[in-house]
Design a protein around this ligand. Sequence first.
Ligand SMILES: Nc1ncnc2c1ncn2[C@@H]1O[C@H](COP(=O)(O)OP(=O)(O)OP(=O)(O)O)[C@@H](O)[C@H]1O
Length: 270
Amino acid sequence: MILPALEVDHVTLARGGQVVLQDITFAIPKGSFVVVLGANGAGKTTLFRGLLGLEPSHTGTLRVNGIPVHRGSPAIGYMPQMRKLVGGQLSGWSMVAAARRGQKWGLPWCGRAGRAAVKAALEAVDAVDLARKPVGTLSGGQRQRLLLAQTLLDDPSLLLLDEPLASLDPARMRETALRIHTLAQTRGMTVLMSAHDINPLLGLMDHVLYLARGKALLGTVDDVITTQALTALYGAPVDVVRAGGRVFVVAEGGGAALQPHDCTGGHTHA
Ligand SMILES: Nc1ncnc2c1ncn2[C@@H]1O[C@H](COP(=O)(O)OP(=O)(O)OP(=O)(O)O)[C@@H](O)[C@H]1O
């Protein structure tokens, strides 16, 4: 029997003492490319933190490759949200090297094998030319490439990418999405990528995982991004509009229905 890459079985996760995801269950086959959607505060980062073993599940189990999650798993490559990125005068090389074996922002790992791993990771994302440059001087797209290189260091089987397309212009969004998709296919990696706009990812993803009101809905774009499915998930009227090859998710009343419980900020997939 082929084990799923990821099994989330009746899991409840909280942040700051408040339940964010409640009794969610889904399984993701190996090699899938999954886009995680949901309004601000819906729990995308919380789910990733749960899979990284950083947030304990109050109920149920989370398994990666059949093994209960634990901190520091080399099977998982994690890209945090870029808006939380620091770096300053650190060179591109040092930033990537510092992430070896989860040592983010620790001392760079400088042995021969470590140097080879950093070089290979930089090459994989076309970022060799960024190795000597201070991270603080790089553009958003260039930093994204270094963050992506970090995730590849330990040859992971699962990538968790938290909004890797944020702050990129439309051309860079598509370019980055294609780069991640190609890398995942070449290396046989499973990808969970959170996003606020599915349009740059259309045609690339196998599944969508939609989070709302503490619940999770997994399926194909055609299954999940529908008026009926999202209205049921949100418990309020939501319209899915397709126009010009793009998908828009809109709520009656200007987005109030898309606001998660206790949180501010609705959204539209435009
Ligand atoms: N460090 C924290 N301490 C306490 N509560 C937190 C913390 N970080 C997030 N939360 C809360 O947990 C809930 C889920 O947040 P989370 O960051 O997982 O959502 P998200 O879907 O990733 O949102 P976004 O799209 O804005 O990144 C929100 O109510 C948020 O306010």
